[in-house]
Design a protein around this ligand. Structure first.
Ligand SMILES: [Zn+2]
Ligand SMILES: [Zn+2]
Length: 376
C-alpha cells in the first residue's frame, strides 16, 4: 500500500548508486507525494560532502540502490497536512535528521540522537518505508532525511530549515552538513574564546570552515595544518594567521612554537589516527581537541595516557558541530551576508551529469566543496 503506484506522482532526475564504490548513475525515478509530516522540496543545488563518498564506498553501510546527497537547498513545493514550519515558496536548507523523542533529543542534543544512524544512513524513513521507485521497484532514499541528489526531495518538517528568500540559495546547501560541522565545532562545541589559540588539523571544507569560525569567535592565533599547499594559501585568505605544511614540518612542534607551548583548541578533520595524535599532542595544558574526521567504522587511535592526564586535556567527539540547525544555519547565512564567513570561496559548481567528476575532484583535493546545481 505504502508503495502503490498511484502515490508516485512526481517524476525526478536523480543520481543513484547501485553498487559499492559507485558510480553515480543519473536516472529518471518517481517520488511519492509528502506524508502529513513531510515537505516536498524542488532542489536548486546540493553540496557534496565526504560522507556521500563514505556511503557510496560502503565504509558506512547504506542499503543499495540508494539516492545519496545530504546538503540540499531548494524551494518548498508542497507540504503535508500537519506541517507548520514552512509553506510553499519558502527557501530552505536541508540538514541531518533526528528523531525528536529519545532522551538526547529531548535534552536538545539533537546531533547525538539515539536513532541518528538509522535515520541518516538507513536508506528509509523511521518506519522503514521508502518513497522512491525506478521501473523495477524501490530505491532507498531518505539519506540524512533527504536524499538530495535529485531534482526533488522529500524531507521531514524537522530537518527543513527556512532561510531568507533573498539569500543566494544555490550556495547554501553545504551549511546543512559540512560547513556547520566545522563552524559549529568551533562555536558550539569547543567554544573557542576571544584571544584564544586554535589549530585546525586538516584543511578540507570542514577544517577551513573551522578556520573562518575561529576568526569570527575572536581567536588571535589560528593555525591551519595540511599537506596540500593550495589549501594552506586559501586558509590564509580565510583567516588563518599561520599555516603549516605537515609534509615538510612537524606540525606538533610548529604549533607549540607558534603558540608558545600549545594550542588552547585543536580540531581533527582528516579522519587519520596519526593526525588525531598530532592534534592532541599539539594542545596546551587544559587544551581541548575536537574530533570530526570520520575514518572507517571500527578504527582505533592511540594517545599518551599520562600526557593527557597530567595536562588535563580534553578530547571530545563532535557530530554536525553540535548544531541546533533551526538556530545555527540562519546565523551562518547572516555571517556570510555580512562578509564575515566567506564560505563561497570553498565552492565549485557542477551540473548533475558531472556528479562523478565532482566526486573525483573532491577526493583529489582539486575542489574543496563541490555543489551540484540542478537546471531550472
Ligand atoms: Zn533522537
Ligand atoms: Zn556531510
Amino acid at each position: 500500500m505504502a508503495n502503490s503506484p498511484a502515490m508516485h506522482t512526481k517524476e525526478i532526475r536523480a543520481a543513484v548508486v547501485r553498487k559499492k564504490g559507485g558510480p553515480f548513475q543519473v536516472e529518471t525515478l518517481t517520488l511519492q507525494e509528502p506524508r502529513p509530516d513531510e515537505v516536498l522540496i524542488r532542489i536548486i543545488a546540493t553540496g557534496m560532502c565526504h560522507t556521500d563518498m563514505v556511503a557510496r564506498d560502503q565504509l558506512y553501510t547504506v542499503p543499495l540502490p540508494v539516492v545519496l546527497g545530504h546538503e540540499g537547498a531548494g524551494v518548498v513545493e508542497r507540504i503535508g497536512s500537519s506541517v507548520k514550519k514552512v509553506a510553499p515558496g519558502d527557501h530552505v536548507v536541508l540538514t541531518y535528521m533526528w528523531c525528536g523523542h529519545c532522551l538526547p533529543c529531548l535534552n536538545g542534543d539533537l546531533t547525538y540522537c539515539e536513532n541518528f544512524y538509522p535515520l541518516n544512513f538507513g536508506g528509509a524513513r523511521e518506519d522503514g518505508s521508502t518513497a522512491t521507485q525506478d521501473g523495477q521497484g524501490a530505491v532507498h532514499d531518505h539519506f540524512f532525511g533527504q536524499s538530495s541528489f535529485g531534482s526533488c526531495a522529500l524531507a521531514h518538517e524537522r530537518n527543513v530549515i527556512k532561510v531568507p528568500n533573498d539569500a543566494p540559495l544555490e550556495l547554501l546547501g553545504p551549511l546543512g552538513c559540512g560547513i556547520q560541522t566545522g563552524a559549529g565545532a568551533v562555536m558550539n562545541a569547543l567554544k573557542v574564546r576571544p584571544g584564544g589559540t586554535f589549530a585546525a588539523f586538516g584543511g578540507g571544507a570542514v577544517g577551513l570552515s573551522a578556520v573562518m569560525a575561529a576568526r569570527v569567535a575572536g581567536a588571535t592565533t589560528i593555525i591551519a595544518a595540511d599537506v596540500v599547499p593550495s589549501r594552506l594559501v586559501l586558509a590564509k585568505e580565510l583567516g588563518a594567521t599561520h599555516t603549516v605544511n605537515s609534509r615538510e614540518t612537524d606540525p606538533v612542534e610548529a604549533v607549540r612554537d607558534i603558540t608558545g607551548g600549545g594550542a588552547d583548541f585543536s580540531l581533527e578533520s582528516s579522519g587519520r589516527p596519526a593526525v588525531l595524535r598530532q592534534a592532541i599532542d599539539a594542545l596546551a595544558i587544559r587544551g581541548t581537541c575536537g574530533i570530526v574526521g570520520a575514518p572507517a567504522l571500527g578504527t582505533e587511535a592511540s594517545f599518551d595516557v599520562n600526557g593527557v592526564m597530567t595536562t588535563g586535556k580534553r578530547i571530545i567527539g563532535i557530530i554536525e558541530g553540535d548544531s541546533v540547525p533551526d538556530l545555527f544555519i540562519p546565523s551562518l547565512v547572516e555571517l556570510y551576508r555580512q562578509g564575515r564567513f566567506p564560505f563561497d570561496k570553498l565552492v565549485k559548481f557542477y551540473n548533475l551529469d558531472q556528479i562523478n567528476q565532482a566526486a573525483e575532484d573532491s577526493e583529489k583535493g582539486v575542489t574543496i566543496k563541490p555543489i551540484i546545481r540542478f537546471a531550472a
